[in-house]
Design a protein. Structure first.
Length: 167
């Protein structure tokens, strides 16, 4: 059986004997980008009264995300799709001369389990890579990095520190 990763487009081949028995759905991780892929097993029948792992999960889905400036407490709500951060951007950070007009990109995608946030300092998405950098866990993100963010992760653009909050 072949499954296509919705994030990077990689095609995974799964042997029929490796598929779970008596389940309608299964999940694998993409070997290229590590994205979790949930797929339906064709012609599978679930025993009466049993539910798949996904259906048993009662954890509330995360629906939204925001960035909070640590110093000022100012909140910036992220929208689905591309959010460019900078002095003159979708997410405007004022008072920091070390932030480029179009500094970095945070992309929010809706997934079956909630949302997924990625950050990059990719010049093709803004005007050019930022001069003063974008940092994740005190390491500068290169234009080739795409970091998956989690709640309470700290990022730094220019000299402004932001914390990621899911809600």
């Amino acid at each position: 059986m072949k499954v296509k990763c919705s994030k990077c487009g990689n095609i995974l081949t799964i042997a029929e004997n490796k598929l779970p028995k008596n389940k309608k759905k299964a999940m694998v991780k993409c070997n290229k980008c590590k994205h979790s892929i949930v797929f339906i097993i064709p012609n599978a029948k679930e025993p009466e009264g049993e539910k798949t792992e996904l259906e048993n999960d009662t954890t509330p889905k995360i629906q939204n995300a925001k960035l909070v400036e640590i110093k000022t407490g100012k909140e910036h709500i992220l929208k689905t799709g591309k959010n460019i951060i900078g002095r003159k951007a979708d997410i405007s950070i004022d008072g920091d001369r070390y932030i480029s007009r179009l500094h970095c990109l945070i992309e929010m995608k809706k997934q079956t389990w909630g949302i997924e946030l990625t950050i990059s300092d990719d010049g093709s998405q803004t005007d050019k890579p930022s001069t003063n950098g974008t940092f994740y866990k005190d390491k500068r993100i290169s234009k080739f990095d795409m970091i998956v963010l989690k709640s309470d992760d700290k990022i730094k653009v220019g000299r402004t520190e932001l914390i990621v909050k899911f809600y």
